[in-house]
Design a protein around this ligand. Structure first.
Ligand code: PEP
Ligand code: MG
Length: 569
């Protein structure tokens, strides 16, 4: 058995299709005529962008995969990056061939980004490597059809897979993935989950240990790859797979209904999106509205920020996509792990404790006002909730409100249609906001708990640092006590409370959130049916007694075990 990292649930049985990375063979020293060489390069970049654009459009048509198209958009941004392009052209001008010039420039960026402590920056190195390889393949004219022509039911074994390859995978031919590199946060891992493709990553030496055509079992839930299984094991896994497939079919029943507990309490499930075109797909996939639109993504991969008209159109598109259901749009959350070069956000020594979210916006009011004006224009005559990220003081909420008023006054004076008063809510993702949740919930229209950041700040722990990674734990009693406190504050003052971090998608935590009194949850579209089903299996009284029992436990390990044991499927 080969052990790796469990990345995407499910069981797959099939024969190995080994994909060896194609060597990018070219003559580094080949001297080239700069004119035609620059033209070859331009053509290859153009072809890459066209291919990637059509894959992106294809993903955007698929309800649960629309968010994945963002990754491809990033790749188009990298290929078209003016600085990267001009450096490559300089090297071509100095006599290098296009392959060598591109390779050198990309390798320089990759080396700079790969050692970063920050996971997103390391992912960017992965992106640049993928783009480099794809463009060099185009320059060399090499194409690998083995995946496209794979026999039905193949298990793909490779070192890693680029997002473009993932975007093209036909899940009838490829039923499971075994990758030597990557983990849950890698692009391949994220895309495997949205595709419902069982996957195990981080299996060292898999390509050497497995041979073309071997029969293997991929257990995506345990991170295990079983090679040459005996008859009994195969029979057992076929049975398990049937149970899982049946469960998935039954999940389909939970896609298009209201989210009601066993005793009839409603907990609407909204979707998290990062681009406006994903709103329609999120509703189609079972979302009851949009609970978090991360607008900073509109500002990434471009050389200048989107203007007011462009933003207003994007926000309108999201509101239209939701077809009259609730839409929560979060204002710019830059800084921390989100680098937005076109805004000139300065690199800080300690970005997670720096100028993030509303802190940055309040110091860059021109950009913030433009966004607020766009939001108010998009919401003219219809409903929209505005959400403020990284709040740590009441004064910040009040300052943002004043700016919203100012934006409204400006628009009214200019005779432009805009929304009247809108519900303005706060993200609770700093310990300070959590502690003053009673005050915030009296002034804010609603609260949304960002557990991704809140867990890190409560545990004083950087997820990207493996030495303390295990402390980053949403099951830690400290985290649960804080969540309970926040939600109780919301209930006491009548302010709705949503949980919108990744933990909202973990069904083991669902009964605890129900017991604490959460109003709604906001999660990735693919997780909706499972969480909706979980809600339907608990009454409030049952959730309360589980939460009481969990509240008496001392450690994260005990909490996890108790919630694993109590899980209902
Ligand atoms: C969070 O911190 O949980 C959250 C939802 O915000 P983001 O993941 O965008 O930082
Ligand atoms: Mg956050």
């Amino acid at each position: 058995m080969l052990q790796g990292i469990a990345v995407s649930d499910g069981i797959a049985l099939g024969r190995v299709l080994l994909l060896r990375a194609q060597a990018l063979v070219f003559d580094e020293a080949r001297s080239a005529d700069p004119g035609p060489e620059a033209e070859r390069f331009t053509k290859a970049v153009g072809a890459f962008c066209d291919n990637t654009m059509s894959r992106m459009r294809h993903l955007q048509q698929l309800p649960v995969r629309a968010e994945d198209s963002k990754i491809l958009e990033t790749h188009i941004g990298i290929a078209g990056d003016p600085e990267l392009n001009s450096r490559v052209r300089e090297l071509i001008e100095s006599g290098l061939c296009a392959e060598a010039a591109l390779s050198r420039v990309c390798d320089m960026y990759i080396a700079a980004f790969s050692d970063s402590h920050d996971e997103l920056t390391r992912l960017r190195a992965e992106d640049i490597r993928d783009v480099r390889n794809a463009i060099i393949h185009l320059l060399l004219g090499v194409e690998d059809d083995s995946i496209r022509e794979a026999p039905k039911g193949s298990i793909l074994v490779a070192e890693e897979l680029s997002p473009s390859v993932m975007a093209d995978l036909d899940t009838e031919r490829i039923v499971g993935l075994v990758l030597e590199k990557g983990g849950p946060a890698s692009h391949a891992g994220i895309m495997a989950r949205t595709m419902g493709l069982p996957a195990v990553c981080g299996v060292r030496g898999a390509a050497d240990k497995l041979s073309q055509g071997d029969f293997v079992i991929v257990d995506g839930s345990r991170g295990a790859v079983i090679s040459s299984p005996g008859e009994k094991v195969v029979a057992e896994y076929r049975r398990k797979r049937e149970v899982q497939l049946e469960e998935r079919r039954c999940m389909e029943d939970f896609r298009d209904r209201r989210t009601l507990s066993a005793d009839g309490i409603e907990y609407p499930l909204y979707c998290n999106i990062s681009m406006p075109c994903a709103a329609g797909g999120a509703i189609e996939a079972g979302g009851e509205g949009i609970g978090l639109f991360r607008t900073e993504y509109l500002f990434m991969n471009r050389s200048s920020p989107p203007g007011e008209d462009e933003q207003a159109a994007a926000y309108s598109q999201a509101i239209d996509g939701a077809g009259g259901r609730q839409v929560v749009i979060r204002t710019l959350d830059v800084g921390g792990d989100k680098s937005v070069p076109c805004l000139g956000v300065r690199q800080e020594e300690n970005p997670f404790l720096g100028l993030r979210g509303v802190r940055w916006c309040l110091q860059n009011q021109d950009i913030f006002l433009t966004q607020l004006r766009a939001l108010l224009r998009a919401a003219a005559g219809r409903s929209l909730h505005i959400l403020l990220p990284m709040i740590s003081a009441l004064s910040e909420l009040r300052a943002c409100r004043r700016l919203i008023e100012k934006a409204r006054e400006q628009l009214t004076n200019e005779g432009k249609p805009c929304a009247g008063s809108l519900p303005v809510g706060v993200m609770i993702e700093t310990p300070a906001a959590a502690v003053i949740a009673d005050q915030l919930s009296r002034e804010a229209a609603f609260m949304s708990i960002g557990t991704n950041d809140l867990v890190g700040y409560i545990m004083a722990c950087d997820r990207g640092n493996p030495a303390v990674g295990s402390l980053y734990d949403p099951f830690h009693p400290a985290v649960l006590r804080v969540l309970k406190h926040i939600i109780r504050c919301g209930s006491a003052s009548g302010a709705p409370v949503c949980v919108c971090g990744e933990t909202a998608a973990d069904p083991r935590l669902t009964p605890l959130y129900m017991s604490y009194g959460v109003t709604s949850l906001s999660l990735p579209a693919g997780a909706i049916p499972r969480v909706r089903k979980t809600v339907s299996l608990w009454t409030k009284a049952e959730a309360d007694s589980l939460s009481e029992a969990v509240g008496r436990l001392d450690t994260a390990k005990e909490v996890r075990e108790a919630l694993d044991g109590a899980a209902r499927v």
